[in-house]
Design a protein around this ligand. Sequence first.
Ligand code: GTP
Ligand code: MG
Length: 235
Amino acid sequence: AVEIQNLRDRKRAKEHEIKDSTLPEIAIVGRSNVGKSTMLNTLTESPNTARVSSKPGLTRQLNFYRCGDKFAVVDMPGYGFAFAKEEDKVAWKELVCSAFCSSISQFGFWDRVNKKSLLIIIFFAHRLVQIEDYLGTRKSLRRIYVMIDARHGLKVADKEFLTMMGATCSKKFQVVLTKCDLVSPPDLARTYMVVQEELKKSFKNAMTDRILMVSSYTGAGMNTLRKDMLSACKQ
Ligand code: GTP
Ligand code: MG
């Protein structure tokens, strides 16, 4: 109970506090809009800790929250392209192809660049570098929690991200299915099995003994998640 009390006693850290922090850290990652920030709010039982929005892409930087003197939780921006419109995604892909082709031929790149697509590339590239840099170099990082929407299971963006993570970071990650209130128990059980199989097959750093399931709306699974985080920080 005391430890959960500490979890509630959270506070957003300042830049220098983050740099010098020696507290064990937990990172929360996942696609945009999967419910990371909402989960942090439910976890700490304080609805206004992290900002939440129905529009994907709200969290744009790494947000550190100290949970008492036990550990810190880092709310990450989402990866994936959930908020880019369909035509932007196509433009983005075309731009990558054209950049690749012109880097071989050495000319014609700027003529073909769609400026809006370029901005989107820079935005996502910067975000990924930030996340990758943190996950790859942070000494106090104890465990990474990867949030997956229980309605969708692992999507292409998740697999790409987990592959990137496997290459840059040797830390274990725990998958958490979110928004379980929106899925019927049989569908949830099916998604659980499929995700577990996919993790076992392709991602060696995944903790596959169990997958956690939560709903930030009903509070289901939150105590198990709290205990899991605390035990990760004690290791
Ligand atoms: P980014 O910051 O954009 O990466 O998104 P995020 O992963 O932090 O998602 P956020 O917490 O902002 O929530 C996105 C939307 O999902 C909001 O409209 C939430 O109300 C909704 N949501 C979050 N958790 C749950 C849940 O457990 N159940 C249901 N039904 N909706 C949820
Ligand atoms: Mg967020």
